[in-house]
Design a protein around this ligand. Structure first.
Ligand SMILES: NC(=O)c1ccc[n+]([C@@H]2O[C@H](COP(=O)([O-])OP(=O)(O)OC[C@H]3O[C@@H](n4cnc5c(N)ncnc54)[C@H](O)[C@@H]3O)[C@@H](O)[C@H]2O)c1
Length: 267
């Protein structure tokens, strides 16, 4: 815990996937600063090691692990690693994801759909399955998955990406129900446009053509979000403050999905 910590996750043992960049890195830093021990998991070894270095520099406790979250064996292994290292597991933030790009419908292949669904949806399923088994046995735990506004409405990602994120929203609803009576909570966060590694091409493109001021202009806050703004939502869901929040998909999008499209007259 650092000086600005409130200890909101004191004593909790946590896993964050996709921890080598963006939202996962910000969440690893925040969880650790609030007192959690964090197993930071990512396919990108250099990225996740850098995250752990940053956590340690701030006085937090974290371990790096390279794993493919879409792999059954790797998911089992990262859950076991956290239990072995920390003596238990209280929180999993299944956040790793891929965008799948913006490919015209007619050019999309089964391979593309399988790749995106495997990481984004099956990766969350495996986290829920293996962490959930441990948490059900101990009678408590919080699992959080990163979905997206793209899982709620069209036009925020490619077809397989949106379908995968809609699947994540359904997964947290059905998993919360499957864990009936266990005390284990399962929720999702639906971020809007956040500046991360995944959206770097969009931001780079807009900045290069001088239209950066248009980024994030479709929501009532008239701006895009930053990774820590998603991490704070994850912190809440991970903590006991969210003890009665279960089976929900929380948009953190500046109000984007609350608003009907509306063409404003220029001043
Ligand atoms: N950035 C946005 O605007 C936005 C909006 C909505 C949802 N999301 C979701 O947020 C999550 C985090 O993405 P981000 O925006 O921080 O992007 P990011 O690219 O910065 O981070 C994603 C991380 O996931 C890792 N990863 C990818 N596949 C993996 C795998 N198979 N196993 C382990 N790690 C893997 C990557 O190496 C990377 O470090 C994703 O699920 C993404 O779909 C992002």
């Amino acid at each position: 815990m650092n000086a600005s910590s409130n200890g909101r996750l004191a004593g909790k043992r946590a896993i964050v996937t996709g921890a080598g960049s963006g939202i996962g890195r910000a969440s690893s830093l925040l969880f650790a600063s609030e007192g959690a021990q964090v197993l930071a998991v990512d396919l990108n070894t250099a990225g996740v090691e850098e995250t752990v270095e940053l956590v340690k520099r701030e006085g937090g406790e974290a371990i790096a692990m390279t794993a493919d979250t879409g792999s059954d064996a790797d998911a089992q292994a990262y859950v076991q690693r956290a239990i072995d290292a920390f003596g238990g597991l209280d929180v999993v933030y299944a956040n790793a994801g891929v965008s799948g790009g913006d490919i015209p419908f007619a050019e999309q292949t089964v391979e593309l759909w399988e790749k995106v669904l495997r990481v984004n949806l099956i990766g969350c399923f495996l986290a829920v399955k293996y962490a959930g088994a441990h948490m059900v046995a101990q009678g408590k735990g919080s699992i959080i998955c990163t979905a997206s506004v793209a899982g709620l409405k069209a036009n925020a990602g490619g077809n397989p990406y949106s379908a995968s994120k809609a699947g994540v929203i359904s997964l947290v609803q059905t998993a919360a129900n499957s864990f009936w009576g266990s005390g284990v909570r399962v929720n999702a966060i639906c971020p809007g446009l956040i500046e991360t590694g995944m959206t770097k091409p969009t931001f780079d493109y807009a900045r290069a053509r001088g239209s950066a001021d248009r980024l994030g202009q479709l929501n009532p806050l008239l701006r895009y979000g930053l990774p820590h703004e998603i991490a704070y939502a994850a912190l809440f869901l991970a903590s006991d403050e969210a003890s009665y929040v279960n089976g929900q998909a929380l948009p953190v999008d500046g109000g984007l999905t609350a608003s009907m499209p509306f063409k404003r007259r220029r001043a």
